[in-house]
Every structure is written in structure tokens, then in C-alpha cells.
Design a protein around this ligand. Structure first.
Ligand code: ADP
Ligand code: MG
Length: 427
């Protein structure tokens, strides 16, 4: 039997908690810090998840025998090394291996050594170098803060004004703090962007599924970047040929490189790719599931999610078959108007009680006087599954209409790219 501590507080963690809570072998499920929705299936624990000693006290007091990490910050903070040293099972990559996400340049150099297809990149730490690169690479030019920047540290510059502003943000105003002390300046790839999710145990891997996220706040990919406004899975563009290329040109060489570095990669590997002329190029790696991609990936997994996690830890992925539901999943993020900039909180949410049999994952919610209220920019994720993509989309939008709160905002075009693609392919 398992007493599990899950770390994180978003829609991704709600979906992980949802999958784990269905498993009979899970006796107690705790989530630190959790959110109002998660608290209906797991006990919320208010602990700073970046304080390993405090986590350890809790783990000992509550006989926790498995820790599952949702977001990247605790991984960067060495939570996996810490609990490995204590002999307590924990799922995810160690601090060194997490650099595939936590340092864009670490990832770029290791891909370069392993001949993994990626855009041309240059490490820079002052503006003069960037100006000479501008002459070499031209616009658009991509500037990436090396370190973690909560999904905001990448600026695509289309002209000199934008480039000057980006340089000021990175080096003078230090908008991303130490994360942009050095940056990766990159050639801008064009094409179709999609994400591939694999589970790895150091030696072996299995691709779980593909997905496409919607980063911008407005329809047709306009406006500023957000944490993600919706997603769908699988991405129909991810065909068998592309899958083979991703395996042989990206996943196998990166796992082998991490082994060579003495830090075999264990955990979820999120591979963000740009597909140009049917060739995949790596935009970035993440060392955990995406949010909102987890909200569509997880409901499609028919196998035990607990078994997937356990076989990554024990190095027995080769014995595991991951069975998927042969459907499309679509999630729409219901956000507070004004997000990703300023927005109001504390609005009462109505309609949730009538949706008890539907999949609704909470992100920024709280409970006040027994009622759900908004407590963040991204508030809720509605999820719908169907064999037919259009039906899944319609169902998800029907759910979005049934939930109400003041200043509710959501994109109206989630998954429309996939519909267009399927139509073009006549699938
Ligand atoms: N070299 C590149 N060429 C084209 N687009 C890029 C490139 N690098 C990043 N992007 C775009 O910027 C977004 C954010 O970059 P990414 O590397 O995923 O960083 P993060 O998710 O940490 O913000 C990507 O989803 C992609 O759309
Ligand atoms: Mg990204």
C-alpha cells in the first residue's frame, strides 16, 4: 500500500492526483500545497515545497513511501537527490538531469554533443555579442534566458526595437533575475510546434502520447504568452514517421548522453519540437509533464498511472505496456480576465455542482464559506474525451459554458488547428 505525497498546486497536479486516487493501492494521498479542487481527493498540506527538511519531517510523520513531483522548481532544488539519499522512493530526475530544463544552454550543449537536431544557438552574456549575431542570423531572432523563468524567459525579436527592449529586459532591468545572466541566442525555426511525452527509467523509455498546447492569450495565437490556455492530445500531426525520427534522433541519443554523464534520466521527459519539412527539431526539453498538457494526457492513459511511476523508479519500464484510450482529449482553460497581467481574484464560481461526472481539474481556486472562488489567473480546466475530435471540442466548450464566474475568459479556438489538419489530410 502507498502513502503518497504529491508536490504542486496546479491543474497538472489535480490530474495526477485524480489518476493516483483511482488506484486501490493508494491508501493515503497528500498534496503540498494542493488547491481547492485537489482537496476533494487528497489531503492538502501547507508546506513550502522548496524546503526539503520540512518535507522530510512530514514524510516521516505520515509514513510516506512515495513522493511524486509535479513542477520543475523542486527538481531544480534537488528534492530527488535529497530523498534518494534518505532511501525514500521519489519520482523524477535528479538535480543534474533536471538541467535539461533548468538550463537552456546545458540542454543545447548536450544536444550539440549528441547530434540532436536543433536550431543554431550561441551563448551570450553581453549585448555586443548579440548585435554581431543579429548580423549573422537576421530577424526574427530568439533570445532565451538560460535559467527557469516561469515560461516567460523567451523573447522572439522581429526588429531592432524589439531586440533592444529584450536586451534591456535581460541584462539591464534583469526582469528574469539571475536566469538571464547568460542567454541562448537562437535561429528562429518555422513550422508546426508540438509536444511529445515520454516516461524514462534511465535505460528505457516509452512514449506516452503527443499533444499541442496554446500558449498565447488570444485566439489565433495572438497576444502575450501565458502558462497555456488549452491543449489537445494526441496531435494528429505526430504520425508514425515523425515518431520514429523523434525516437532515433532525439530520445535515444539524449538518454544515452545522460547515462554517459553519470546521471541516467528518470522521470517524464517533455520534448518540445518544431516540425519543419517533416523533420523534428528540439525547441526545448522539460523534465516534468506540461500544464495544461497533463490534463489531456492523463485521462487518456488506461493503464495504472501508479505503475508507470513505479516502473520509472525501479527501472522496469520495459516490462510495462502503456494502454491508451483511442480517443482525443481536449482541455480548455477558464481564466480570469486580465491574465497573464493583472486580474481580480475572489469571484464566486457557479455551475460546478452540476458537473460531478465530468472531468474538471482545478488550478487557481479556493474555498470560502463552503463555496468555490477564483484564486488565480488560470482558474479551471474543463476536459472532454471523444473518438471524434470535433465532438470532444464541442463537449469541452459546452462544459466551459456551464461554469460561470465574473470576468471568466477562455480561448474559442482550442484544437481548431488539429481540425484543420485532419480536414487537409482528409482523415
Ligand atoms: N529557436 C526557436 N525558434 C522558433 N521558436 C522558438 C524557438 N525557441 C523557442 N521558441 C518559441 O518560444 C516558445 C517558448 O520557448 P521554450 O524554449 O519552450 O521556453 P519556455 O517554455 O521555457 O518559455 C516556444 O514554445 C516556441 O514557440
Ligand atoms: Mg516551452
Amino acid at each position: 500500500m502507498y502513502n503518497i505525497l504529491l508536490l504542486g498546486s496546479g491543474g497538472r497536479e489535480h490530474s495526477i492526483a485524480w489518476a493516483l486516487s483511482k488506484d486501490e493501492r493508494v491508501k493515503n494521498l497528500f498534496c503540498a500545497p494542493g488547491n481547492a479542487g485537489i482537496s476533494s481527493i487528497a489531503k492538502s498540506v501547507s508546506i513550502n515545497i522548496l524546503d526539503n527538511d520540512l518535507l522530510y519531517d512530514f514524510v516521516i510523520k505520515n509514513n510516506i513511501n512515495l513522493i511524486v513531483v509535479g513542477p520543475e522548481q523542486p527538481l531544480q532544488n534537488g528534492v530527488v537527490n535529497y530523498f534518494n539519499d534518505k532511501g525514500i522512493k521519489i519520482f523524477g530526475p535528479n538535480e543534474y538531469a533536471s538541467q535539461l530544463e533548468t538550463s537552456k544552454l546545458f540542454a543545447r550543449y548536450i544536444m550539440e554533443e549528441s547530434n540532436i537536431p536543433q536550431p543554431a544557438f550561441f551563448e551570450c552574456s553581453d549585448e555586443l555579442e548579440i548585435f554581431s549575431l543579429k548580423n549573422k542570423l537576421g530577424f526574427p531572432l530568439v533570445l532565451k534566458a538560460d535559467g527557469l523563468a516561469a515560461g516567460k524567459g523567451v523573447i522572439i525579436c522581429n526588429n531592432d526595437d524589439e531586440l533592444n527592449e529584450a536586451i534591456d529586459d535581460m541584462f539591464i532591468n534583469k526582469k528574469f533575475g539571475l536566469a538571464s545572466a547568460k542567454i541562448s541566442v537562437e535561429e528562429c525555426l518555422k513550422g508546426e510546434e508540438l509536444s511529445v511525452f515520454a516516461i524514462c527509467d534511465g535505460e528505457n523509455y516509452k512514449i506516452i502520447n503527443s499533444a499541442q498546447d496554446h500558449k498565447r492569450i488570444y485566439d489565433n495565437d495572438k497576444g502575450p504568452n501565458t502558462g497555456g490556455m488549452g491543449a489537445y492530445s494526441p496531435a494528429p500531426q505526430f504520425n508514425n514517421k515523425l515518431r520514429k525520427k523523434v525516437e532515433s534522433n532525439i530520445i535515444k541519443p539524449i538518454l544515452s548522453a545522460m547515462r554517459d554523464k553519470g546521471n541516467p534520466y528518470k522521470g517524464f521527459l517533455y520534448i518540445g519540437i518544431m516540425v519543419e519539412n517533416n523533420e523534428p527539431y528540439v525547441i526545448e526539453f522539460n523534465v516534468r509533464l506540461g500544464d495544461p498538457e497533463a490534463q489531456v494526457l492523463i485521462p487518456l492513459v488506461k493503464s495504472s498511472f501508479l505503475d508507470i511511476i513505479l516502473s520509472s523508479i525501479s527501472g522496469t519500464l520495459n516490462n510495462l505496456e502503456i494502454e491508451l484510450d483511442d480517443k482525443y482529449a481536449v482541455t480548455i482553460v477558464l481564466a480570469s480576465d486580465g491574465y497573464p497581467e493583472s486580474y481580480e481574484k475572489g469571484k464566486q464560481i457557479s455551475g460546478l455542482n452540476n458537473l460531478k461526472t465530468d472531468i474538471i481539474f482545478h488550478a487557481g481556486t479556493d474555498i470560502k464559506n463552503g463555496k468555490f472562488i477564483t484564486n488565480g489567473g488560470r482558474v479551471l480546466n474543463v476536459v472532454a474525451l471523444n473518438k471524434d475530435l470535433k465532438s470532444a471540442i464541442n463537449h469541452a466548450y459546452a462544459l466551459a459554458d456551464k461554469i460561470n464566474f465574473d470576468n471568466k475568459y477562455f480561448r474559442k479556438d482550442i484544437a481548431s488547428k488539429a481540425v484543420k489538419y485532419l480536414k487537409e489530410q482528409d482523415l
